[in-house]
Design a protein around this ligand. Structure first.
Ligand SMILES: [Zn+2]
Length: 90
């Protein structure tokens, strides 16, 4: 499948270029997500990163994932726990 448009790293969707402002384009944040409160934006970005971790984790990825297991945001912590268990408790 060919993906058109531009990836938003907050909502994780591919959207047409016109859904991004000039600044949002560079930051990979669509206009809709740019309006979110910073807390929520950060949480969504953490979830998207958890979903899209590469098959081989770098040291930085592993350190980041371990920190997310202790994250104070429940949604982030829960997903991190699942991903950590899949990756490290075989
Ligand atoms: Zn978005």
């Amino acid at each position: 499948m060919k993906r058109h448009g531009h990836y938003c790293k907050v909502c994780g969707e591919y959207k047409a270029n016109e859904k991004f402002s000039g600044k949002g384009h560079a930051a990979h944040i669509c206009k809709a997500c740019a309006k979110l409160p910073p807390e929520e934006k950060a949480e969504q970005m953490a979830l998207r990163r958890l979903e899209s971790l590469p098959p081989r984790l770098s040291k930085a990825d592993i350190a980041w994932l371990k920190n997310r297991v202790k994250d104070r945001r429940p949604a982030v912590r829960q997903m991190a726990e699942i991903i950590y268990a899949i990756r490290f408790q075989k």
